[in-house]
Design a protein around this ligand. Structure first.
Ligand code: MGD
Ligand code: MGD
Ligand code: MO
Length: 794
């Protein structure tokens, strides 16, 4: 047997979380309700105090208030909003940002970077808001304060010394406002590169890719009103009770209008079982059972499921023939492709019986208006683009696009991730967008496509990228293959992060590193001496303004717009054709340019001030216009594959607990799944636990196998029995990211495959055991101290 490489993540267990204290309780089948209100208030008051709590939560998602940074779910129309238009997890998001806990220069003086690198994300985030710019000089052990001017000239110096602008990469997380995103992409292109990776590359890239190819636009085709009017809603690969809690109110309303709801998910997520709406008394007391049917699909089975539904719709002639004839191409090929559907493959892939699949298809066939909603359970697989095309096929067969109460609905994650894309944060932005930049600003932007997230990590690894700049987010924590990503990041000459809170990306750094502290969404922005507002776009293409109510925690914070424009001035100089200083002075200037450059944004500055804002055009939704090469919506034929898992191996999905926002860990409880006080758990089907010879509470190591021969390892996970299809297991992100191979990405979208990783559940090994393995650290007990030295062993 060839010697194996082993990449072991030593990031955690960190000494600051005692995983031996974890408690496992029974799972909860109701979401929201009085407990949610109590938890929200306790967390909010605990971090912000009573006054700040009152002045933030009452402004959240209101017409004249600020947009919640918790998720991209849309707001009800003005006039239909509640006094409390937020959810438990939105309140946690606000509290995390508006905390009174501050992180000053003394903190950095007393904690070396090495010390910080041994801490968990949970600990790092809880230290408070960063209050002034900090620098880690080459070879230094501690971050020290730096003035803003020096910070900008340090970055400008690094950028100017590059041989080529493509040696820098500029990441964006999805909280960045439209104004900041627009000036940021403009700066990056004026500097000379399209290297604009973003969190979308890890999130809904597969949706954008599939929708763009089939309906001609990479965005969902429904409005909130459509959700309310739908007759059938499929919620696929999504956990709204935790990640989009306000969606439950919309589902409840749909239900009261007579809709049926099907949840398609390996796990029976609490929010879809019973929702106790805190906004009315009856809701609080009894709640509404939301899902009429739960379909416990095997991980990665959705392509087969939707293809089978399509085949049955054709078999039953449950089709919208007029729509198909007028608006689509590809039906004949598709009908031939699914005519000899292999039901054995469908059953193997979905883990469902033919009867179960038929029951779903029957409900689809009987519905006059269907919406399919999906999120990461669909997009983060190797065949995600194909799966979403099958979802689109089913929608097209029934004419469910451009019809009230019907459509396709990728539910976005970060609150402004969709807006950032609209503003040009995209490594492959179309030429017409670049032409518009050229015409507006009089410089020629680079045309060659840039690097995405995975491409940037590979380029860092190969020494082709010297400067990494992160606008928000936690690139190191969120990316796959933790060990590979961390060592790639250490290759950079300079790493810069515009941040609100401390995270792992600050402590796994390049030769020189900077932290630039930014204002948060909840804070007053007085850049240029005037009260500025910003704008954002939600998951349903509605754009509106947002204005924070709070005084910033420190006078040294700057807005993201200010940071970008100041950096552009330092890097490109006063001769730059772009009026950076005027942009910084008054964001209205930026909005005027957005109006002229970004499609659909004419009169932008006027329209965003209408109550509730405005909705961007969406040709398929608005007029059944499909801007594809053929001018028609494309029905596609995709081969049906079954993800084979070798004997004794499992399919692992990495997902969010109820107490985190991506890599920001709010707390250690996953209330709906019954986990309390810890995060290193692996959810396993009880019969699989028995067959493996394990018992509940055993500690195992997770080892992922990939055909590059590297065994990726994450140690010390507690076995928790959990109802799900045999062969499927689940663990939390980011603890399990070390197991996701960097090269394991979705076809076409290049999105990391975070939701179907082939793993073994190994008994913890003593040092020196294992194939060709000689790693040094011996103890495996949960809660033990581990250093942070990634090992590459052979
Ligand atoms: N509170 C809170 N809100 C958030 C976030 C957060 O971390 N915390 N993150 C934000 C972001 S950026 C995003 S992208 C969204 C994420 O929102 P979600 O996509 O809901 O997030 P995940 O926790 O990744 O959940 C994936 C869901 O898909 C299911 N699933 C996994 N694999 C499969 C599969 O193969 N087939 C099917 N049918 N289902 C599958 C899982 O069981 C789980 O229910 O939430 C946003 N909102
Ligand atoms: N294994 C696994 N990995 C995943 C996923 C998964 O499901 N499984 N999901 C993927 C998905 S969907 C996404 S979107 C990515 C998320 O990837 P990112 O967006 O990069 O990660 P976050 O954890 O949301 O970033 C948190 C940090 O953002 C900074 N921040 C917060 N608010 C602001 C602000 O207002 N301004 C600025 N400048 N900074 C701010 C804080 O410093 C905080 O530490 O992760 C991906 N990674
Ligand atoms: Mo996301």
């Amino acid at each position: 047997m060839p010697a194996r490489l082993r990449n072991e993540s030593r990031q955690v267990p960190a000494r600051d979380i005692d995983e031996t204290e974890v408690e496992i309780e029974s799972t909860s089948h109701a979401a929201a309700g009085a407990t949610a209100v109590a938890v929200a208030m306790r967390r909010a008051i605990g971090q912000m105090g009573v006054r700040r709590t009152a002045s933030t939560l009452t402004r959240l998602n209101q017409v004249d208030g600020f947009d919640c940074q918790g998720c991209a779910w849309p707001d009800p129309a003005p006039g239909h909003r509640h006094a409390a238009e937020f959810c438990e997890n939105g309140a946690k998001a606000v509290a995390e940002e508006a905390t009174r806990q501050l992180l000053d220069r003394e903190f950095f003086a007393s904690h070396s970077v090495e010390d910080l690198a041994g801490r968990s994300e949970f600990w790092l985030g809880k230290q408070g808001r960063i209050t002034e710019p900090m620098v880690l000089r080459p070879g230094a052990t501690h971050y020290t304060p730096i003035s803003w001017d020096d910070a900008f000239s340090t970055i400008a110096g690094h950028l100017q010394r590059l041989d080529h602008p493509d040696q820098a990469t500029f990441y964006t997380s999805g909280k960045t406002s439209n104004e900041a995103a627009f000036v940021y992409q403009l700066f990056v292109r004026a500097f000379g590169t399209n290297n604009l990776p973003d969190c979308s590359n890890m999130c809904h890239e597969s949706s954008g890719s599939a929708l763009g190819q089939t309906i001609g636009i990479g965005k969902g085709s429904v409005s909130l009103e459509d959700i309310h009017q739908a007759k059938l809603l499929l919620v696929v690969g999504q956990n709204p009770g935790t990640n989009h809690p306000r969606m439950l109110s919309a589902l409840e309303e749909a239900k009261s209008n007579g809709a049926k709801i099907i949840s398609i998910n390996p796990l029976q997520e609490a929010g879809l079982v019973r929702f106790k709406n805190p906004q009315h008394a009856k809701g609080l007391a009894v709640g509404t059972a939301l899902a009429d049917l739960h379909v416990p699909i095997r991980l990665n089975g959705d392509l087969a499921l939707f293809q089978a539904i399509g085949a049955l719709l054709i078999e039953w002639d449950a089709l919208d023939h007029d729509f198909l004839a007028e608006y689509t191409t590809g039906l004949t090929e598709y009908a031939a492709h699914v005519a000899d559907l292999d039901w054995g493959k469908v059953e193997a892939s979905t883990g469902l019986t033919r009867e179960q699949v038929t029951e779903v298809a029957r409900m689809v066939a009987d519905s006059p208006a269907t919406i399919t909603c999906w999120a990461m359970g669909i997009t983060q697989h190797h065949n995600a683009v194909g799966t979403i095309k099958e979802i689109v096929n089913v929608a097209l067969l029934q004419g469910n696009i451009g019809k009230p109460g019907a459509g396709v609905c990728p539910v976005r994650g970060h609150s402004n991730v969709q807006g950032d894309r609209t503003m040009g944060i995209w490594e492959r932005v179309p030429d017409h967008f670049l032409d518009a930049i050229r015409d507006e600003f009089g410089f020629e932007p680079p045309r060659e496509h840039g690097l995405d997230t995975v491409g940037s990590i590979q380029a860092l690894r190969d020494g082709k990228i010297r400067v990494f700049f992160g606008m928000g987010g936690n690139f190191v924590g969120a990316a796959p293959d933790t060990v590979a990503t961390e060592s790639a990041m250490r290759n950079a000459a300079l790493t810069v992060h515009v941040s609100t809170k401390l995270n792992r990306s600050h402590v796994v750094h390049g030769g020189e590193a900077l932290i630039l502290p930014a204002l948060g969404r909840s804070e007053k922005d007085l850049t240029g001496g005037r009260a500025q507002r910003v704008t954002v776009e939600d998951s349903m293409s509605a754009v509106h303004s947002s204005r924070g109510p709070l005084d910033p925690p420190s006078e040294h914070l700057r807005s993201e717009v200010d940071i970008v424009c100041s950096l552009a001035l330092a890097t490109l100089g006063e001769e730059s054709p772009v009026p950076w200083a005027a942009f910084r002075e008054d964001y209205t200037e930026i909005r005027r340019r957005i109006a002229r450059v970004v499609p659909g944004c004419a009169s932008y500055d006027e329209k965003v001030d209408q109550p509730g804002g405005f909705v961007l055009p969406h040709p398929p939704r608005d007029n059944r216009i499909f801007e594809t090469p053929s001018g028609k919506a494309v029905i596609t034929s995709t081969p049906l594959d079954v993800l084979d898992v070798p004997r004794g191996r499992f399919l692992l999905q990495t997902m969010r607990s109820h107490d985190q926002f991506n890599t920001t860990i709010y707390g250690l409880d996953d209330r709906y799944r019954g986990v309390k006080g810890g995060r290193r758990v692996i959810f396993v089907n009880p019969e699989d636990i028995r067959d493996l010879g394990y018992a509940e509470g055993d500690i195992i190591d997770l080892v992922s196998e990939w055909h590059d021969g590297v065994e990726r390892m994450a140690r010390s996970f507690r076995v928790v029995p959990y109802d799900q299809p045999r062969g499927c297991v689940a663990a939390y992100y980011p603890e399990a990211n070390a197991l996701v191979p960097l090269d394991s990405t979705a076809e076409k979208s290049n999105q990391p495959v975070y939701k179907s990783v082939v793993v073994r559940l190994d008994r913890p090994q003593e040092a020196g055991q294992g194939e060709g393995d000689s790693h040094g650290s011996a103890d495996q007990g949960a809660g033990s101290h581990r250093e942070d030295h990634p090992h590459h062993l052979s």
